[in-house]
Write a protein that binds this ligand. Structure first.
Ligand code: NAP
Ligand code: BGC
Ligand code: ZN
Length: 355
């Protein structure tokens, strides 16, 4: 079967031939429909994140997949059922994090991530998975099922942000998304359409005309250009906000988030930056967090419950949004196009098969 893989040091994905996998007991065989591409895939391709499976010389990419059960292999899944796989698997033997259904909270060494860290991904015509890591999706949403994984990332982030403010009466009225990439924009749509935050802002560094700024406008949010209004100046120019969601991977934003927050606000960090040394006024940062009851937290990955919520959220996103958000779905003969970045690209996917 065809698969898309990257060999370390090459910096580009290639089409490779692999044997079709056989499902082990407890696993189903899934025929892949579509697999999305995100910033993490680009980081893996560039060699800035991730690791090869043990003994392998290349990594099959892809962690945002949707497929259809081809062989249920004695599991409770039904052949023809549409499914989205979760990303993490136990590193060797299972452990308490997986036993509790909280693989997203497992520390390094206890997990692998399919298509990212130590395990082949889903960019292949078929993949196998234990049934507990396959989440059902209605057929009508299957064409967009590759959005479930990124949405699940934000489901977890919101859950943790809200949990951090659960000791008092907290109802966010304003939210700021840092980053107009795919994760930032889908999160903005969730804040607007699902969380119903009154006022939203999204930070980028693009010039108009730009399709991401059009989406920001159409969502009813305010576009903030970081070249004109750096994050610490947002309270002065606009307002201080109850919730900041960082999706730039720009390390300074982690600290600047605290300046953009209103008292009692929470900042959630998602970006995965490279090491970068710079000066920070630690005293002011510490003082702000304490004297204004602010919280700053990091979050990674998501568990099955977040995927289930994400399926529901996907069904609530307006069609006009997903139509403009997904800028390209490419067949295997033109798979390279799915990895292009540029002014007109927001979210892309590779199509391995059709319904
Ligand atoms: P992406 O497409 O690379 O998006 C990043 C966006 O941030 C880009 O639009 C970029 O703008 C913008 N940006 C970067 N620096 C900026 C600055 N100084 N001012 C204004 N805008 C800036 O990546 P993505 O897929 O949306 O993911 C976003 C980040 O989240 C990545 O770091 C990724 O690794 C991480 N991530 C984490 C998780 C998790 O579980 N924690 C899950 C998924 C992704 P330009 O395009 O103009 O440079
Ligand atoms: C994936 C997560 C993963 C994270 C770190 C993200 O792009 O969506 O599932 O945990 O990267 O590798
Ligand atoms: Zn991802």
């Amino acid at each position: 079967m065809n698969a898309i893989a990257v060999e370390p040091g090459t910096g580009e994905p290639v089409l490779v031939e692999m044997p079709r996998p056989d499902p082990a007991p407890g696993e189903a065989l899934v025929r892949t429909l579509r697999v999305g591409v995100d910033g993490t895939d680009h980081e893996v391709i560039a060699g800035r994140h991730g690791a090869l499976p043990e003994g392998a010389t290349r990594l099959v990419l892809g962690h945002e997949a949707v497929g259809v059960v081809e062989d249920s292999n004695g599991t409770d899944l039904e052949e023809g059922e549409f499914v989205v796989p979760t990303v993490r698997r136990p590193a060797a033997v299972s452990n308490e994090y997986f036993d509790r259904g909280e693989p997203d909270m497992a520390p390094d060494g206890k997990y692998v991530e399919r298509g990212i860290v130590g395990a082949h991904g889903f960019m292949a015509e078929y993949f196998t998975s234990p049934e507990e890591y396959l989440v059902s999706i209605p057929e009508r949403f299957a064409p967009l099922g590759f959005l479930v994984e990124p949405i699940s990332i934000t489901e977890k982030a919101i859950e943790h942000a809200v949990a951090s403010r659960s000791a008092f009466d907290w109802e966010p009225e304003s939210a700021l998304v840092l980053g107009n990439g795919a994760l930032g924009l889908v999160t903005l749509a969730m804040f607007e359409a699902v969380l119903d935050v009154d006022r939203t802002y999204c930070l980028g560094r693009s010039d108009r005309p730009d399709p991401t700024i059009d989406l920001i406008d159409e969502l009813g949010a305010t576009y903030v250009d970081s070249r004109e209004t750096p994050v610490p100046e947002i309270p002065e120019v606009h307002e201080s906000v109850d919730l900041v969601y960082e999706a730039t991977g720009h390390a300074k934003h982690a600290f600047e988030t605290v300046d953009a927050l209103a008292p009692n606000g929470v900042g959630v960090l998602l970006g995965v930056p490279e090491p970068w040394e710079f000066e920070v006024d630690g005293g002011s940062l510490h003082r702000e967090l304490v004297l204004h009851n602010k919280a700053l937290l990091g979050t990674v990955n998501s568990h099955r419950g977040h995927f289930e919520s994400a399926v529901d959220t996907l069904s609530q996103l307006p069609t006009w949004f997903t139509d403009e958000f997904v800028t390209g779905v490419y067949g295997l003969e033109e798979f390279e196009d799915a990895f292009e970045t540029g002014d007109n690209v927001i979210k892309t996917a590779v199509e391995f098969g059709t319904i």
